[in-house]
Design a protein around this ligand. Structure first.
Ligand code: 5AD
Ligand code: SF4
Length: 336
């Protein structure tokens, strides 16, 4: 829709009654475009091994205090079967960025096996970082059909402040990967962190415009939450109170729903890390996707990207609206 940058900035500053009105408008737009349904994606945290060193992330390569794990084939397939039997429409296979050929092949096999065990019924979303166009194609042909890759911040200078300058964390490479994903036929999701040190409301407005200009199909964004033993948290430089990051995330979800009425927007786990009702409140701001964690309990504590990451789903996830047994594809993608 035709909102200007100035209008977006104004909405991102809404307080009190204005904020309530913004959230109400966004949920009305959601209802009138994608409907009342909330879609579930069973989240499988496949591995916390990562070749990257993002300055904000708890499982960055140089964090020696992390117990590294990779789920076995049976663990992944059991989790997927659980999702299928529970009639979740799809699963998300998420993990650190690994580009070794063996890993690429293992993922392709897992995708095929998840498809096979569910008679092709489970949709598969991947969130496995930057990969080559060939790898994206291999995984697409194996049966995955959505991919999540957050831009983290669409402002190159801010991107550079939160990633090491070692040649492995290049903004342009991120753009290349997003472009390749689209060209390969995936439904493409991106997102940003909200409340980063040095981030302004103008940066956030530009993030929303980036999503609109990139014509994304899905979005997952959440508050930045400091993680112990990470350079960004250790550097201090207060990014402001968590409560404000939480509220800003609700505003971002609402404004994105107004800008792009027909995309899928996730109410992310990081919201829940700040407020026990976090994901519910994300739905109340215009989101329509929730990703219950179905990672085996034994390793769950090791996939800690930030402090206070909740380990299990709140049971009261607006049961009445959950759409079971459907993929819940992005309406925008279908129209494309
Ligand atoms: N706070 C919030 N989100 C984080 N992520 C990583 N570290 C943090 C943090 N400290 C998010 C990134 C990444 C996703 C998998 O987790 O946006 O894309
Ligand atoms: Fe790896 Fe993703 Fe964490 Fe960066 S944010 S260190 S790519 S898991």
């Amino acid at each position: 829709m035709g909102y200007s940058r100035a209008e977006i900035i104004e909405m991102l500053c809404a307080e009190g009654a204005e904020l309530d009105a913004l959230l109400a408008r966004a949920t009305a737009v959601r209802r009138d475009t994608v409907g009342e349904s909330v879609y579930l994606r069973g989240l499988i945290e496949y591995s916390n091994v990562c070749r990257k060193n993002c300055l904000y992330c708890g499982i960055r390569r140089d964090n020696r205090t992390v117990d590294r794990y990779t789920l076995t084939r049976d663990e992944v397939l059991d989790a997927a079967r659980h999702a299928w039997i529970s009639r979740y429409g799809s699963v998300v296979l998420q993990g650190g960025e690994v580009t070794a050929p063996q890993h690429i092949g293992t993922i392709a096999s897992l995708i095929r096996e998840i498809k096979a065990l569910s008679n092709g019924e489970l949709g598969i979303t991947l969130s496995l970082g930057e990969q080559s166009a060939d790898t994206y194609r291999l995984w697409r042909e194996a049966g995955a059909h959505r991919y999540l890759l957050r831009i983290e911040s669409s402002t190159p200078s801010l991107y550079a402040r939160i990633h090491p300058a070692d040649g492995l964390h290049r903004y342009n490479e991120r753009l290349r990967a997003l472009h390749d994903l689209r060209a390969t036929g995936y439904q493409v999701g991106t997102g940003v962190m909200i409340g980063l040190p040095g981030q302004s409301v103008e940066h956030l407005a530009d993030d929303l415009l980036f999503m609109r200009d990139t014509d994304i199909d899905m979005c997952g964004m959440g508050p930045y939450v400091e993680c112990d033993r990470t350079p960004l948290a250790d550097a201090g430089g207060s990014p402001g109170p968590l409560a404000e990051r939480f509220t800003m995330t609700l505003r971002m979800i609402a404004v994105l729903r107004l800008l792009m009425p027909d995309i899928n927007i996730a109410a992310t786990t990081a919201l829940q890390a700040i407020d026990p009702e976090g994901r519910l409140r994300g739905i109340g701001a215009g989101a329509n996707v929730i990703m219950p964690n179905i990672t085996p309990d034994a390793v769950r504590g090791s996939y800690r990207l930030y402090n206070g990451k909740p380990l299990s789903l709140d049971s009261r996830v607006i049961e009445r609206c959950v759409a079971y047994g459907v993929w819940g594809d992005s309406l925008r993608f279908k129209k494309r």
